[in-house]
Design a binder for this molecule. Structure first.
Ligand code: ADP
Ligand code: ZN
Ligand code: ZN
Length: 745
């Protein structure tokens, strides 16, 4: 490449403000994305530092007018450089603009500056300062002279005044600081978002199998081995205790650690376990923090005031200078995939960040994603297992109830006879119950209450979704059929779109158990700040007998008195219109079951379903991950779905329905023509069709999919389509987004 786009101020909100420079022949090898360089800037051509954020062969100006890069500033990648390289990698691998990628990785100060009191102080005595001043006068360094003269009058100056009134650039100040002439001080109090705990951590002695994992990891780390580990441990097996042990050693050696936890599991209880152990060397990041608070966490991390950052996806970009380890708990969670461009997966991105800075990665889960487990079996990741809970605590007993039998027995209640009996027992014994209903698949698949048949697309094996126009539609390929009036398999007229909400469950429970105290947790009851936490704490403190909720209730908290978990309609997630539906169901059932019997009291779980023979339900019932994995992988291979193959979703978004539809057709056609022209192997294209969410905020969404074994070929298709749409007039006002191996569509 001949030219580099250079950003000179990464703290600026407008990250698009770049300048093009020529890459001199002798720097070609080293001038890479993210590298810090020295460039002449402005009229006086003063030398300033900047970062390379783009490379190209095309000049943006008259070639003579483009100044050359002076030098590479740092060969070793500094923290900003690393994050910028990472942004470049995200842009290439997940499809977005560089600007979108940069905004994801760099903490940009957006809010009005908080009241802060930054000062510039003289670091030398008056005499020494005078001597320096004379020298600078001779060299005619006007800025330095102005500042030194002021400092002689007053050894402590307000930073804003120095910058804006005295007109001294930050780089001048930094240079003087490096020379030991001045120093900058911030009297800002960076806020720690969590109240410090008053209790200390209970001391835990790791079990032999837990200790073995910690030892093995640390031994390899000390040998200089950097790689990715997958810790597959059943719910409650002590994965978190293992993390804490490893972190303790890492920070003793001066390393920093990022702990990723899905937002939904980031409860007070989880966070406290880390705080109790590591005190205020820990910080957290979550969506409830204000922009200012978030920014403060970045500054504290960069200044080395903390060693551990806990948070969801975005915590991955914490600017630690000496990152040793990234832990990703519940690595199978869908929320690790970004829904906005760049639609990155935090797992792959964590592994790339770790590679850039020489850190290791530990992925942890009771139900690993098929992607990770496959890599672990193939040896790309090292597999650790914890297959038992510690101490007296046993895995729960799981009952699977066939709802078709309930209909035959004329039980019209949403509680099966088994669940009803067990609930009565618990209420008598004053133990607690959790009732779980999954809202994910609420989008309306259609099933038969008599035989359990679910209507699916004949081409994609994805559940058809009922639409307002009375038709059933496949969201992958656009296939349509009429809503049947009786079951095509058994002829029963009990065929309908499926759905029960948390509210209905709460009502029913009140009716059947009028004396029970019931709490409900869903999107409605947790809207206000802290609502989520409040309900969970109330339940943990025994203020209710039954907690009804969506998947929100399966994460994060330990409820020692819960001895019964009822999963009212396992089918809801099983038939979500998504190729990952079975996997997600297995995960949800396993996680929900894991809530039962976490303490001395042993637990029972009731799974209600119309499809007890489905492999997700059979193996969740047996707690058999391996068998589930084998069965599900066969299916993915058969249908060429990830991780057996790769799939890229291309989303076309437009304000005008007609235009959006045409644009998606145009893209698939262009791909075909490109294939022919370049004599490429044919791509397997599915669609286009209206997307699952076909209209949102008056914006129309169309989607098509490309299935492909070879990831590189998929990337090439992305690059082609990306270039095609950016340079065609037909795409005015239309956005195209790419999603590799999608999680939610
Ligand atoms: P996971 O993260 O795998 O769900 P946790 O680390 O939360 O499991 O452990 C579940 C419970 O068991 C916690 O209360 C934890 O403190 C306890 N526990 C785990 N390992 C031990 C141990 N070796 N000794 C005592 N308690 C333990
Ligand atoms: Zn039927
Ligand atoms: Zn289809």
């Amino acid at each position: 490449m001949k030219y580099a786009d250079i950003i000179v101020d990464i703290s600026h909100e407008d990250l698009d403000r770049t300048y093009q420079y020529l890459i001199p022949e002798e720097l070609k090898e080293r001038a890479l994305l993210g590298v810090q360089v020295l460039v002449p800037f402005g009229k006086g051509n003063r030398q300033i530092k900047g970062y390379i954020i783009g490379l190209s062969d095309l000049p943006k100006w008259k070639e003579e007018a483009i100044k050359p890069i002076t030098a590479i500033a740092e060969d070793t990648l500094m923290i900003e450089s690393q994050l910028i390289s990472l942004a470049g990698w995200m842009k290439d691998n997940f499809g977005s603009t560089m600007n979108e990628a940069l905004k994801t990785v760099l903490p940009v100060k957006k809010t009005v500056k908080q009241k802060e009191n930054r000062v510039i102080k003289a670091a030398l005595s008056g005499e020494e300062l005078q001597a320096v001043l004379e020298g600078e006068k001779k060299k005619n360094n006007k800025g330095r002279v102005r500042l030194l003269e002021e400092l002689l009058k007053n050894p402590s100056l307000d930073y804003e005044w120095v910058k804006n009134t005295l007109n001294i650039s930050l780089s001048t100040m930094k240079d003087l600081e490096k020379l030991g002439i001045i120093h900058r001080e911030a009297s800002v109090l960076y806020r720690n978002p969590v109240k410090q705990p008053s209790t200390v951590a209970k001391s835990v002695v790791l079990s032999p199998s837990q200790q073995e994992i910690a030892d093995d990891f640390l031994k390899e780390y000390h040998e200089g081995i950097r790689k990715t580990y997958l810790l597959h441990g059943v719910t409650g097996s002590g994965k978190t205790e293992v993390y804490i042990k490893i972190i303790e050693e890492m920070i003793k050696e001066g390393k920093q650690v990022i702990v990723l936890i899905p937002e939904i599991s980031l409860t007070y209880q989880t966070v406290m376990r880390f705080y109790q152990k590591f005190g205020d060397r820990v910080s957290i990041m979550n969506s409830k923090l204000s922009q200012g608070e978030k920014y403060d966490q970045y500054v504290r991390a960069k200044n080395g005031d903390i060693d551990i950052m806990i948070g969801p996806r975005s915590a991955l970009f914490t600017p630690f200078q000496d990152l040793g380890l990234i832990i990703m708990d519940e690595e199978h969670e869908g929320s690790y995939k970004s829904e906005n461009p760049p639609k990155y997966h935090a797992r792959e991105t964590a592994i790339e960040r770790a590679r850039l800075c020489g850190a290791s990665v530990i992925l942890g889960s009771a139900t690993p994603s098929l992607e990770s487990y496959k890599k672990a079996l193939e040896g790309e990741y090292t597999l650790y297992r914890l297959s038992e809970r510690e101490g007296e605590r046993k895995m729960p007993v799981i009952w699977t109830v066939d709802l078709r039998e309930e209909l035959k027995a004329r039980n019209k209640s949403i509680f099966s006879r088994k669940l009803q009996t067990l609930m009565e027992e618990r209420l008598k014994r004053k133990e607690q119950i959790m009732l779980f209903i999954n809202r994910r698949g609420y989008a309306g698949f259609v099933s038969c209450r008599s035989c359990g048949l679910v209507l699916k697309c004949p081409h994609c094996d994805i559940s058809l979704t009922s639409h307002n126009n009375g038709k059933l539609v496949c969201h992958y390929c656009g296939y349509e059929e009429e809503f049947p009036d009786k079951c095509p398999s058994c002829g029963s007229k009990y065929i309908a779109s499926f759905g029960t909400g948390t509210q209905k469950v709460e009502e029913m429970a009140k009716k059947e158990f009028p004396h029970a105290r019931i709490l409900r947790m869903d999107m409605d009851t947790t809207k206000k700040k802290g609502g989520h936490e409040e309900i969970l704490s109330a339940f943990a403190n025994g203020q209710a007998d039954i907690l009804v909720g969506t998947q929100m209730i399966v994460k994060g908290h330990d409820f020692p008195r819960v001895t019964l978990v009822g999963i009212l309609a396992a089918d809801l997630s099983l038939y979500a219109a998504d190729f990952r539906a079975s996997e997600r169901t297995f995960q949800l059932l396993t996680q929900a079951s894991g809530r039962a019997g976490r303490a001395e009291l042993s637990g029972e779980v009731v799974i209600q379903t119309y499809q007890p023979e489905h492999h997700s339900i059979v193996y969740a019932g047996k707690g058999d991950y391996e068998e589930f994995y084998k069965r599900e992988m066969l299916y993915r291979k058969l249908m060429s779905y990830p991780p057996a193959s790769h799939i890229m979703a291309v989303l076309v978004v437009s304000k005008e329905e007609e235009k959006g539809s045409k644009a998606s057709e145009l893209l698939t056609k262009a791909l075909k023509q490109w294939e022919e022209k370049e004599e490429l192997m044919e791509y397997h294209v599915i669609g286009p069709a209206p997307a699952r969410l076909s209209k949102a905020n008056d914006i129309f969404r169309f989607c098509f999919y490309i299935k492909e074994d070879d990831y590189q070929r998929l990337m090439a298709a992305k690059d082609f389509l990306d270039g095609f749409y950016r340079f065609s007039d037909e795409f005015q006002g239309i956005a195209v987004q790419f999603d590799f191996d999608p999680m939610n569509s």
